[in-house]
Design a protein around this ligand. Sequence first.
Ligand SMILES: *[C@@H]1O[C@H](CO)[C@@H](O)[C@H](O)[C@H]1NC(C)=O
Ligand SMILES: *[C@@H]1O[C@H](CO)[C@@H](O)[C@H](O)[C@H]1NC(C)=O
Ligand SMILES: *[C@@H]1O[C@H](CO)[C@@H](O)[C@H](O)[C@H]1NC(C)=O
Ligand SMILES: *[C@@H]1O[C@H](CO)[C@@H](O)[C@H](O)[C@H]1NC(C)=O
Ligand SMILES: *[C@@H]1O[C@H](CO)[C@@H](O)[C@H](O)[C@H]1NC(C)=O
Ligand SMILES: *[C@@H]1O[C@H](CO)[C@@H](O)[C@H](O)[C@H]1NC(C)=O
Ligand SMILES: *[C@@H]1O[C@H](CO)[C@@H](O)[C@H](O)[C@H]1NC(C)=O
Length: 443
Amino acid sequence: MAEKESSPGGQKMYIPISLLWLVSIPLLSSVNSLPTPRGTLITCGASNAIASGDLRYVPDDGFTKVGNKATISAPNVMPILRNLRFFPDKSARKYCYAVPVVKGGKYLVRTSYYYGGFDGGTTPPVFDQIIDGTMWGTVNTTDDYSNGLTSYYELVIAAMGKFMSVCLARNSATVSDPFISLLEVEYLDESVYNSTDFKTYALGTVSRAIFGDTNSTISYPEDQYNRYWHPFKDENPTVESKSGVKMLSFWNMPPVRAFSSALTTSRGKNLKVKWPQGSLPESLYYISLYFQDSRTESPYSWRVFDIWVNGKKFYSNLNVTADGVSVFAAQWPLFGQTEIEMTPGDGIPVGPLINAGEVLQLLPLGGRTHTRDVMAMDDLTQTLDKLPSDWYGDPCLPKNHSWTGVTCSYGKLVRILALNFTGMGLSGSLPSSLGNLTSLTHL
Ligand SMILES: *[C@@H]1O[C@H](CO)[C@@H](O)[C@H](O)[C@H]1NC(C)=O
Ligand SMILES: *[C@@H]1O[C@H](CO)[C@@H](O)[C@H](O)[C@H]1NC(C)=O
Ligand SMILES: *[C@@H]1O[C@H](CO)[C@@H](O)[C@H](O)[C@H]1NC(C)=O
Ligand SMILES: *[C@@H]1O[C@H](CO)[C@@H](O)[C@H](O)[C@H]1NC(C)=O
Ligand SMILES: *[C@@H]1O[C@H](CO)[C@@H](O)[C@H](O)[C@H]1NC(C)=O
Ligand SMILES: *[C@@H]1O[C@H](CO)[C@@H](O)[C@H](O)[C@H]1NC(C)=O
Ligand SMILES: *[C@@H]1O[C@H](CO)[C@@H](O)[C@H](O)[C@H]1NC(C)=O
């Protein structure tokens, strides 16, 4: 097949140490004064801050005003997962957390769920997750819970304002109260996943894997952003790396240990890896793959191979040295089971190999309500008492999850059409900025 040399964005990324120097000069911004990982780690429903390894999780009281706290009685649960917050109010259209962020900053947002039978039941509830104005997806922890595991969902998204809202909502499958165990919002540096247009998309993590004989999941501090890299092993032979990937860095800042082992095959053979596991929904994905020649660094420790994804050329003649290299595609279509295949170049004395990879799904953003209307509603929430419990996050979005009493129009601009305070028992004054709701027809 005559494919283009490097299909969408199949570029090498590689920064010499001299550039890294520039990057590491401390910048005086509020973000940089935060402890690493720079962000907010919340253990929901807890009464006190809880340490987990080198990380400190704070209670959620300052971040939400809705829901109730509960404690799990099951034994052997990690301290940060022993508490949770659940949301019994059936009339609310969403239950929101608001986390302070730097506008325009790029964040890794992770929600974690461990049911623990907190409500006396045996099956966890199924419900939706919302981030700002975007429907993030459905939370179904049934399988993980029955296997004694915690479920997590992760997204990379740009902050649109000074707060990021992360909300839960009931859907037609929800039979008991939605709950949340952990909420983590971590600042990512400029170069991480920077081929994505974060004005249009968020990236939902599908898999982040280290290949070969690595026996434990990587997280903080090995990964400075506390991303999780899970071991993946199949029937292919594995090989340990003889040299570290010092003296260079990658745009996505993978941890050094991601290069410590690899899946490989013998000389002249193709290396096939069925990863990520399981069937993927038809969508566009961001794919990043990491390689390093496993032999001791020398003028001869390099190998060349082509990379194919589901039979389509991903990258041609990749020269993998002991320095390591990464190739990525910003928007690659996948559907069903994925197979990465590496075919060796002519006369290369060693087989292809692969050390690590990331697959993230492009999630189109749901947009946001017209800024002027959001500002007016913010003022309104300051002047009124006894607000409905769902008056957090975006007032109109996602559709069907607007604030109680707020009716919106969903044209090119998302605007507030009507406010209906009947039966809410609201008190307080109306701010002058309400005049800025220029689409308002009913009050
Ligand atoms: C949740 O997941 C379980 C296990 O995969 C499945 O049987 C069940 O139908 C799912 N529930 C909903 C509402 O999708
Ligand atoms: C991503 O970051 C790298 C390293 O800073 C830079 O060289 C590259 O041009 C950036 N790419 C985009 C699309 O901004
Ligand atoms: C895991 O791997 C490390 C280094 O690769 C090794 O020192 C350790 O003994 C291994 N642990 C287990 C349980 O295999
Ligand atoms: C691969 O890179 C190494 C080190 O830069 C170089 O010596 C070698 O000639 C390259 N091989 C090919 C086929 O380009
Ligand atoms: C909103 O709710 C209506 C009725 O419940 C449903 O038909 C529609 O699909 C929902 N829209 C979205 C975007 O979820
Ligand atoms: C306003 O809300 C009340 C209570 O939900 C409802 O009875 C009434 O019909 C609504 N009025 C308008 C104009 O939508
Ligand atoms: C109305 O919106 C404009 C533009 O966003 C803003 O400058 C002005 O202060 C707002 N008016 C009030 C009364 O808040």
